[in-house]
Write a protein that binds this ligand. Sequence first.
Ligand code: ADP
Ligand code: 5GP
Length: 220
Amino acid sequence: MLNEKKSKVRSKGILFIVSAPSGAGKTTLCRTAVDFFPDLRHSISYTTRPPRENEVNDVDYHFITPDVFDRMLKKGEFLEWAEVHGYRYGTSVKDLDSVLKKGCNVILDIDVQGAKQVKERTGEFFFRQEEKWSAVFIFILPPSMKVCKERLKNRGKDDKETIKQRIANAKVEIKESMWYDYVIINDDLNAAFTILKSVITAERSKQERMERLVRKLYSK
Ligand code: ADP
Ligand code: 5GP
């Protein structure tokens, strides 16, 4: 797939929050987006879930013990966190800050409970103090629950009971898509990625995110 050329002109850092029921294809779409946009980074979450086969520590997740998670939580190190399917997951403020500082945008693959916490904190002065961060909320849907279940089975990483639990949770999660900014149906992967790519491209060009650049141009 073609890569977007690195541009010298950047809008200010955006958090792209992507949620979906398990099996909808969120991981696949987020990875494709990170490969496509040179200034887009994936936020690596902290989790108490054990790694699946082929998952690499500090690449897919930071795999940590419940004790370490508790410690981070107490110190207020998470922007958001949630218990999902029996394990805890969280996003580190410090990690996000260091990526945003480099002028990159970040894609966060997080569940609906975590996304809600990010939404509630929108408008807070956060990273680097002088700047309010902004977030865009994107929900990925499977074409049907049957397809979703099939994808989980074919992925071959979860046992029968886990798949059952994930499908049961899916219906609750899908209802939450109502307050997201965008909803993308992942039927054909290329078509879904074209929509995701368009959303990211358009959001980066929003007037309020380009203000700093515009001011720089007319004040010279
Ligand atoms: P999630 O992260 O939402 O749980 P994944 O990205 O792991 O989902 O996708 C679940 C499975 O479905 C994977 O095996 C992936 O390769 C496959 N998949 C993802 N999108 C599509 C698609 N549009 N068509 C067919 N298979 C897909
Ligand atoms: P999985 O175990 O399949 O990798 O992820 C299970 C769920 O946890 C997915 O819905 C995923 O989006 C969510 N998740 C992963 N990282 C985080 C995180 O840092 N915070 C929250 N709230 N959810 C996360």
